[in-house]
Design a protein around this ligand. Structure first.
Ligand code: ZN
Length: 169
C-alpha cells in the first residue's frame, strides 16, 4: 500500500465525469487499498478516486461504526429526510460550508470483486455518500454553499474544543 497525493480544487481531474470500473483486478484492489490508507492518514471521512487523480467510479467512506466501506460504481437508489450541517473536503483543505443533504441515503454499489450490494447510511454517512458520489460526476460541495464558514461559525457548530482536525471528505 502507498499514500497517494490528494489533488485540490483547481485541478481539472476534479471536474470530470468518471468512467465506470469494469475490471475488478489487482490494479483496482491496489487503488482501493491506497485510497483507504490515504484517507486514514488525512483523517477524513470519505475519499473518491478522482481526488487521487484516478477518473474511475470508486470511493471509500467511513460508515456509522468507523469502518471503511469500499464502493465501486455506487449509485443512490433511495433518499429521504433532510439535514443541514458543516461539510468539508480533503480537496478543499481547511474550509467548511453549510450543505443540506438527505438524512438517510440508500446506495447500490459493487465490491472490489464485482459483487453488487446495497447499504444504507444516516447522518454523516448519508452526507458522505452524497458528497463522494458527486465527486464521481465532477462536482464539489462548494457548488452548494453561499459562503465558507467563518471561525466563529465553525466554533458554533463544532464547539469550543475544536482541535482543527474535523473530518473532511
Ligand atoms: Zn470531497
Amino acid at each position: 500500500m502507498a499514500l497517494r497525493k490528494i489533488v485540490t480544487q483547481g485541478d481539472d481531474r476534479l471536474t470530470k465525469r468518471c468512467r465506470p470500473v469494469t475490471d475488478f483486478n489487482q490494479r483496482l484492489h491496489d487503488l482501493l487499498d491506497d485510497m483507504k490508507e490515504t484517507l486514514t492518514e488525512a483523517q477524513g471521512a470519505g475519499l473518491a478516486a478522482p481526488q487521487v487523480g484516478v477518473l474511475r467510479r470508486a470511493v471509500v467512506v467511513l460508515d456509522g461504526s468507523d469502518e471503511l466501506m469500499e464502493l465501486v460504481n455506487p449509485e443512490i437508489i433511495y433518499q429521504s429526510g433532510e439535514q443541514t450541517g458543516p461539510e468539508g473536503c480533503l480537496s478543499v483543505p481547511g474550509k467548511w460550508g453549510l450543505v443540506t443533504r438527505p438524512s438517510l441515503v440508500r446506495i447500490r454499489a459493487q465490491d472490489r470483486f464485482g459483487n453488487w450490494f446495497e447499504a444504507e447510511g444516516e447522518e454523516l454517512t448519508a452526507r458522505c455518500f452524497c458528497h463522494e458520489i458527486e465527486h464521481l460526476d465532477g462536482h464539489l460541495y462548494v457548488e452548494h454553499i453561499d459562503h465558507f464558514l467563518t471561525d466563529e461559525e465553525l466554533e458554533a457548530y463544532f464547539g469550543e474544543d475544536d482541535d482543527g482536525e474535523e473530518e473532511s471528505r
